[in-house]
Design a protein around this ligand. Sequence first.
Ligand SMILES: Nc1nc2c(ncn2[C@@H]2O[C@H](COP(=O)(O)OP(=O)(O)OP(=O)(O)O)[C@@H](O)[C@H]2O)c(=O)[nH]1
Ligand SMILES: [Mg+2]
Length: 215
Amino acid sequence: MSERAKRSYDASGVAYVAAASVKQFPKPHRPEVVFAGRSNVGKSTLVNALSRRKSLARTSKTPGKTRLVFFYELSEDYYYVDLPGYGYAKTSRGEQDAFSKVTNDYFENDRPIAIVLLLLDIRRGFGKLDLEMLDYLCHFDIDWQVVLTKADKLSRQAALKAEKDVMEVIRDYAERYQKTARPPLSVSAGQSPRDLRMQRLEEEILDFVEKARSN
Ligand SMILES: Nc1nc2c(ncn2[C@@H]2O[C@H](COP(=O)(O)OP(=O)(O)OP(=O)(O)O)[C@@H](O)[C@H]2O)c(=O)[nH]1
Ligand SMILES: [Mg+2]
């Protein structure tokens, strides 16, 4: 029997592939919008918000919920790829588990990545592993956009300060790797999809998909 993962369908009819290993990844035939970040930062929640579905991607209060790579086929034009979070060591082996094997496999298999959304909890900003991820993306010339999640947990003033601090790091990386410094976008999961910030994120995603399709 082939190990290639079969497509499944969620309750609302969206097709998806849940891959435990590289053999189960779908054929790389459309641009991929990737959701990456620490465990519990809100990747699956953002997938649901952007796709206007409450429970397409499974979310949880317990870190480490997403252990597989999920490819959601929300459009014929792209996949949303929900990665397992990093920085959550299920075993006592600690940091060697920080990025799961299937996450490494994803990045090492020359996928047609349109954009990596690097999610950071607005209350924490960049951590060591986020910076490692950023170095990796810059080194391999993969486009990325920082998204600050859980903006509803901070006052407007504190959120602005957090955005400013994060922007300093982004500027530093952009300079070092001669990239465009894109400001972070902050979102809250509870926001309506019509929220302006969510709309901006959506537009930006579509721009990157378009760019990837025309390459
Ligand atoms: N207040 C608030 N809570 C959020 C927001 N986004 C996510 N959460 C909560 O954070 C928790 C983790 O969310 P998930 O979407 O499962 O996080 P994840 O990044 O997919 O986690 P892993 O799959 O473990 O990597 C859940 O309890 C969510 O309800 C947000 O914008 N605001
Ligand atoms: Mg998840």
